[in-house]
Design a protein around this ligand. Structure first.
Ligand code: GRF
Length: 220
């Protein structure tokens, strides 16, 4: 039997993407073995999801009296305890840097609520509306040292409606994230997608741009 990919999730908040990954791997043929949750917030709802799913969770807080490098080292140590094959960022509100990036190069995934390279950083839904974009969505990408900049793997794309608000876009985008993150994680676990140099390679083909799946395809 194939051994499942040992996976650690890093999340700071609700953890609905974490939940989608748990749900996608409940069955006997699960391809991800989610061995741990790490959060920087003691009150993150994601911790309750971990408890319910019998997944070990660790809290690594950033003490602002300490240099950032102390947090980076503690986070790397926490991740290392789980000996993961894959590290998944799911709404982790700290920039990953230092030892973790070096140690897990090509094995860290993130999901960003925009069609990267559009709207790196925060407040992506409002910025999309302010820019008058007709398309919006979310991107799963490999994590590199530069924020929201690593090679893209898979995007979920939706058409912005004239009555959309930042709140409706957020909900619509999240529904799609819950579909694409498990797909991209499976591709990684099945060794179908890798990071080579600064590019994603899927099934032997270098991706100049991420694979795009539309809302229609993902929600039917
Ligand atoms: C998601 O929208 C993701 O794109 C962003 O943070 C959010 C996390 O949401 N990186 P949740 O905690 O998974 O519900």
């Amino acid at each position: 039997m194939r051994s499942a990919c040992r996976t650690v999730i890093l999340a700071s908040g609700s953890g609905s993407n974490f939940q989608a990954l748990i749900d996608d791997n409940r069955h006997d043929s699960a391809i991800l073995n989610i061995v741990g949750l790490i959060t920087d917030k003691t009150d993150a709802f994601a911790r309750q999801r971990a408890t319910k799913a019998s997944i070990e969770d660790l809290v690594v807080s950033h003490d602002r009296e300490q240099p950032r490098s102390v947090f980076d080292a503690a986070l790397a140590t926490a991740v290392e305890q789980f000996q993961p094959d894959l590290v998944i960022l799911a709404g982790f509100m700290k920039i990953i840097s230092g030892p973790l990036i070096e140690r897990y190069q090509g094995r860290i995934l993130n999901i960003h609520p925009a069609l990267l390279p559009r709207f790196k950083g925060l407040n992506t839904h409002q910025r999309c509306l302010d820019a008058g974009d007709h398309l919006h969505g979310s991107t799963v990408h490999f994590v590199t040292a530069n924020l929201d900049d690593g090679p893209g793997i898979l995007q979920a794309q939706l058409g912005v409606d004239s009555n959309d608000t930042a709140a409706t876009l957020s909900a619509r985008v999240q529904a799609l994230e819950h579909k694409i993150y498990p797909i991209a994680a499976r591709w990684f676990a099945e060794h179908r997608v890798t990071m080579q140099g600064n590019q994603s390679v899927l099934d032997g083909l270098t991706l100049d741009t991420p694979i795009v799946m539309t809302e229609d395809t993902l929600l039917t």
